[in-house]
Design a protein around this ligand. Structure first.
Ligand code: FAD
Ligand code: UDP
Length: 377
């Protein structure tokens, strides 16, 4: 009775389901967790503070299409995401920019700004691994500072590897910015959903053609056999959109894909404010990478404040662990390609999302891809 089965109820699954439902398709979503929203799920903690259970999520995009689609399900709270790194007792703006330069170099900063601008162009965004190649001794000194104080230890914590050992696109997400722009993201559209992400999802999924089944591990209901997909033991001829990890979907037939996981630790304080910004990165000390103070992210007015620390770790597949970040390297990409090839045996199976596509996507990229896929179907 369903034209399409969607595995996973995060942004990938929910967006695709909504678009298909609006085109008259009957869609069943199977979601392993006991809630909608995937990793963007938010909820109130014991103190009434809205927190993101799976780490801080800030919406940002340059895509008008994505912004307009999501705006059908939420209003937005204006929010400008600024991050600082705690280095010793000082807080410095991240991404490293001209403000950071002035804090560190004082009177020399203006001349260095001119030098950097002449070299790379006004407003440029230069990845640290590129800046390091500059032969100019003064620029090399800045690069060394940024590498040592912003990237090295944070990346070691996050990935268990040095910046130059991981895919270059990862550190390029946070380039050195040759301007006074303190924002973490430079996209045209930015904000936080006014009533939170879960409310946005609830509205997106409220459609007569969508049925959501929670606490439903797709693996107990869907089997991939030869060239046939079985649903509850019977051949299923409809479309299947899978947003779950592809290695798990195929019973780790070729082995496990590497991921990084996170352990989140929340603490509540009765004081009004914990730190100067919503997110502080710990780039030279501590075992955690960053602390998020939620009410500064959401704009919620509340007595007391809740913070969350993120402790990265290798993903082992242990019960309860969640794979958050694909570890992209030549070997993992080759292994993923084998799973992708296997998936092609099932012409009606589509892999979508951060896990099924094994890609470091932001949520807007996922929404865009889900809309495109649903429209092509
Ligand atoms: P998910 O949200 O992971 O959804 C996949 C769903 O599939 C999950 O609900 C899972 O339970 C379900 N599933 C898995 N296996 C099965 C199964 N066997 N059966 C049924 N269901 C299953 N992006 C931004 O744009 N801005 C940010 O600020 C931002 N911050 C982030 C912070 C952190 C800590 C992390 C990890 C990511 C962040 N992202 C951010 C990225 C964002 O989370 C993802 O782009 C987005 O959530 C991906 O959506 P998805 O649907 O592909 O995956
Ligand atoms: N990074 C870093 N120091 C920082 C911020 C980021 O070393 O202060 C590196 C780190 O390797 C991280 C990557 O840049 O994994 C991407 O950072 P981003 O903030 O985009 O990570 P996410 O929010 O997706 O976890």
């Amino acid at each position: 009775m369903y034209d399409c089965i969607v595995i996973g109820c995060g942004f990938a699954g929910s967006t695709a389901a909504r678009r298909l439902a609006e085109r008259g398709k009957r869609v069943l979503i199977l979601e392993k967790r006991d809630h909608i929203g995937g990793n963007c799920y938010d909820e109130r903690d014991a103190y009434g503070i809205l927190i993101h259970r799976y780490g801080p999520h800030i919406f940002h995009t340059n895509s008008k299409k994505v912004y307009e689609f999501l705006s059908r399900f939420t209003e937005w709270t204006e929010y400008r995401h600024e991050v600082e790194a705690k280095i010793g007792e000082s807080y410095v703006p991240v991404p490293f920019n001209f403000h950071t330069l002035r804090l560190l170099y004082g009177d020399r900063a203006e001349r260095l700004e001119r030098k950097l601008t002449a070299e790379y162009g006004e407003g440029s965004r230069v990845p640290i691994l590129e800046l390091q190649n500059n032969p100019d001794p003064e620029i090399a000194q800045i690069a060394a500072y940024v590498y040592d104080n912003i990237f090295l230890q944070y990346t070691m914590k996050q990935w268990g590897q040095r910046p130059e050992e991981i895919d270059r696109s990862v550190t390029a997400r946070v380039p050195v910015v040759l301007s006074e722009d303190d924002r973490y993201f430079q996209d045209v559209y930015q904000g936080m959903p006014k009533d939170g992400f879960t409310a946005l999802f609830r509205r997106m999924l409220a459609h007569e053609n969508i049925t959501v089944c929670l606490s439903a591990d797709a693996k107990t209901r869907i089997r991939f056999q030869d060239t046939e997909i079985l649903f509850d033991g019977e051949a299923y001829s409809g479309t299947v959109i899978a947003t779950a990890p592809v290695d798990e979907l195929f019973d780790f037939r070729f082995g496990m894909l590497p991921y990084r996981t996170l352990n989140f630790v929340t603490e509540h304080f009765s004081k009004d404010s914990y730190q100067p910004k919503a997110v502080i990165n710990y780039t030279v000390s501590e075992a955690f990478t960053r602390i998020t103070e939620y009410k500064k992210l959401t704009g919620q007015q509340a007595a007391g404040t809740t913070i969350m620390k993120e402790y990265p770790a290798p993903y082992t597949g242990a019960r309860g662990q969640i794979p958050y970040y694909a570890v992209s390297n030549p070997e993992s990409r080759a292994l993923y390609a084998r799973y992708r090839q296997l998936a092609k045996q099932y012409p009606k199976l589509h892999l979508l999302g951060r896990l099924a596509e094994y890609q470091y996507y932001n949520m807007d990229a996922i929404v865009e891809k889900a809309l495109c896929l649903a429209e092509s179907l």
